[in-house]
Design a protein around this ligand. Structure first.
Ligand code: ADP
Ligand code: MG
Length: 498
């Protein structure tokens, strides 16, 4: 039976490390990248007699995510202990949430390519819960030993569990991208998959098309990019279908993605929930979320990408494509909006739309290119929005040519002077003053009597040659339209004299 007769069913569990200053239940720094075993304390090392104290910011960050994903927020939720033995888990259990997570029943929308254009698919979320991270086992430091770094013990996480609503590896990658975009917008996680601050486990099963029951799933771990999520799922789906086609059955297990070999391989048989001996953590009181607290978090939420996109299209008539690129990252969207605000202060709606399109062109091409080339975040971009606006204004008023605008932009990256002064200093301002241009116009006509004869004899294309000569010999940037006018004027005067 060919592959087309099967469909895949995918549900993802995404873990996000929260950008809180301190750990989930203790005051040590939660930051990534410190020397091994320096961000440790008796609580996260599980010393006897120590007690966890909840970091309220963990709750607020999780509430942001819950609200941004349209989840129901539990007025009262409970922390639970999840037990397992592993060398990087000194307490012997992880504090998590089990029976009563803080958020349930939300959704995110993923835009994929469907039949006939963009198709929006809603992926339901089963739950979002709070938990703490475990430490890290380092297998690559010594050929005979595994080292343990406890810095990560107790770092706050949220786990976002989807319903099995995803149908293709591509959609799974888009879903993870969406989650990353949301947590970055909310400022609660940096979304760095390589460093592991955003991690994704993929549950996948296959079934015959038309079948409504779910097949047996496997869980794939260890993907550290969107691409590897897609590749790992493609591999795993193919493997399961082949197995079924050969008369075998899928074993429920956890498998590891091996990026070097581009394959998944078994890691452990799947544990059941009861293996973890979950029970409510007696050291922690239930988390109570009042209406008042929720209202406060809601009021502080940023405008999310979809809303921004709609606003750009509606108020500034930007193409949907521009709006999508500009809102991809919150920092870029804010940079763009600050540029438009500086350009369009006191402008009519129509002028504002022209300004917005000009700003969009600059941000989408030049600004994003430089950020990309230099590996910079927009917050560190050397040209502030007001200065970019000044550059764009020179261009909109036709005081610099488009190539001069590009050159000025490059100079502004290195030089903080006033954009107009910089343009003047480098002869980039278009000269349309007849007094300055005429001597050069006359000189060009003097120097090329043969071409002038040709022109007067009816060969009008020669005008382009004259314009080119003036542009080249003038010490600065002449306005080409003005040069053309002056040439026609001087040629007419000569014809009269002749
Ligand atoms: P487990 O108890 O093994 O952790 P859960 O029911 O909690 O399984 O689901 C974990 C994740 O697996 C969820 O994202 C869910 O959508 C997904 N999932 C559950 N059953 C299947 C299945 N048969 N095929 C694919 N994904 C599934
Ligand atoms: Mg699970």
């Amino acid at each position: 039976m060919p592959h087309e007769d099967y469909e895949a069913v995918i549900g993802l569990e995404v873990h996000c490390q929260l950008l809180t200053a301190s750990k989930a239940f203790s005051p040590e720094p939660a930051a990534f990248g410190a020397a091994p075993n320096t961000n440790v304390d008796p609580v996260s090392l599980g010393h006897p007699g120590t007690l966890p104290v909840l970091n309220e910011r963990l709750v607020d960050y999780t509430l942001r995510m819950g609200l941004a994903t349209h989840s129901r927020i539990a007025p009262r939720s409970v922390f639970a202990r999840k037990h397992y033995f592993y060398p990087d888990l000194p307490k012997g259990y992880q504090i998590s949430q089990y029976e009563t997570p803080i958020c349930e029943g939300g959704y995110v929308e993923v835009e994929g390519e469907g039949d006939g254009g963009v198709q929006v698919r809603r992926i339901r979320l089963r739950r979002i819960h709070m938990e703490e991270d475990a430490g890290k086992s380092l297998h690559d430091q010594d050929p005979y030993a595994t080292y343990i770094d406890h810095n990560r013990c107790g770092v706050p996480l949220i786990e976002i569990v989807s319903e099995p609503d995803i149908r293709t590896p591509r959609e799974a990658a888009l879903y993870v991208q969406k989650i990353r975009q949301i947590v970055r917008y909310l400022g609660i996680c940096d979304g760095n998959m390589e460093e592991g601050s955003l991690r994704c486990d993929a549950n996948v099963s296959v079934r015959r098309k038309g079948e409504t029951r779910l097949g047996t799933k496997t869980e794939v771990k260890n993907m550290n990019s969107f691409r590897s999520v897609e590749r790992a799922l493609e591999y795993e789906i193919r493997r399961q279908i082949r197995l079924l086609e050969a008369g075998g059955t899928v074993v429920q297990e956890t498998r590891l993605w091996d990026a070097d070999r581009q394959e998944t391989r078994p890691m452990r048989s799947k544990e059941e929930a009861h293996d973890y001996r979950y029970f409510p953590d007696p050291d922690l009181v239930p988390v109570v979320v009042t209406e008042e607290r929720l209202a406060k978090v809601r009021a502080a939420l940023p405008e999310m990408p979809e809303a921004r996109r709609r606003r750009y299209v509606e108020t500034w008539c930007l193409p949907a494509y521009d709006a999508a690129v500009l809102t991809e990252e919150r920092g870029v969207a804010e940079y763009f909006e600050a540029t438009v605000a500086a350009l369009a202060a006191g402008a009519t709606d129509e002028e504002a739309a022209v300004a917005a399109k000009a700003a969009s062109n600059f941000v989408m091409t030049d600004v994003l290119r430089v950020l990309n080339e230099r590996g910079l975040a927009v917050e560190a971009f050397p040209i502030a929005p007001a200065r970019l606006a000044a550059l764009i204004r020179l261009r909109l008023e036709d005081r610099i040519s488009s190539s001069a605008a590009t050159e000025l932009f490059e100079r502004m990256l290195e030089d903080e002077s006033d954009p107009e002064a910089l343009a003047r200093a480098h002869n980039l301002l278009q000269v349309s003053d007849a007094g300055a241009l005429l001597p050069v116009v006359e000189a060009v006509l003097e120097r090329h009597p043969k071409q002038l004869q040709q022109y007067l004899g009816g060969k009008e294309g020669v005008l382009g040659f004259f314009i080119g000569q003036v542009m080249r010999t003038f010490p600065g940037a002449p306005d080409p339209r003005r040069v053309r006018e002056l040439l026609l004027e001087r040629i007419a005067a000569r014809r009269e004299r002749a």
